[in-house]
Ligand binder design. Structure first.
Ligand code: IMP
Length: 195
């Protein structure tokens, strides 16, 4: 079956392509001619993921899934959370977001944080939500060149390295998105999606 992943982020597409089963053909927004930035105006990860997936289904007619991710930091009362993409303002800028986070965390001893990904699937009949989380800590300074977003300052629990120092395979074994994707895959394995 053909399934659209509603993101313009090539890193995410690479991460997901690695784990999708062969009977699913992953289409990108570019593949279906959707070049616009789909608005993320909801106040929750679930709401934003649903907005994006349902937008593609409604306007382009393809079954679609979309994800929304938030980094919740304990010492910042859960910020940046649903506002992670625009933490340092608009237009969104990943380097500035990370700099702001490190600034806000300068004097904090509790550095616990967690990434949460919510995936919404709109298959043309129903909508489904899948959630994945990973706990960790915000480092004192950025480390690593791989990955994207907050990866250089997030060290997953039980690891000495940040996400940006892990290989894609290592990150995919434990990440928030991989955990949400595992649930999506279990759902897609069902017979009704195999034709
Ligand atoms: P989005 O909602 O998935 O676009 O992500 C919200 C914010 O979190 C953006 O600033 C992303 O760069 C960041 N982000 C999303 N997933 C990851 C990840 O796996 N690692 C690091 N940062 C991420």
């Amino acid at each position: 079956m053909e399934l659209v992943f509603a993101t313009h982020n090539p890193n995410k597409i690479r991460e997901i392509r690695q784990v999708l089963p062969p009977h699913i053909t992953l289409l990108t927004l570019e593949d279906i001619g959707c070049r616009e930035e789909i608005q993320e105006t909801a106040d929750s990860l679930e709401g934003n993921a649903l907005l994006k997936a349902s937008f593609v289904l409604k306007n382009y007619g393809y079954p679609c899934f979309a994800d929304d991710t938030g980094l919740e930091v304990d010492a910042l009362d859960g910020a940046p959370g649903v506002f992670s993409a625009r933490y340092a303002g608009t237009p969104k800028n990943e380097a500035k977001n990370t700099e702001k986070l490190l600034r806000e965390m300068q004097d904090k001893t509790n550095r616990k944080a967690q990434f949460t990904t919510v995936i919404a699937l709109c298959d043309g009949k129903e909508s489904y939500l899948f959630r994945g989380e990973v706990e960790g800590e915000i480092t004192e300074s950025p480390k690593g060149e791989k990955g994207f977003g907050y990866d250089p300052v997030f060290r997953p629990k039980g690891f000495e390295k940040t996400f940006a120092e892990l290989t894609l395979q290592e990150k995919n074994r434990i990440s928030h998105r991989a955990r949400a994707v595992t649930q999506l895959l279990r759902h897609l394995e069902k017979r009704e999606y195999k034709n």
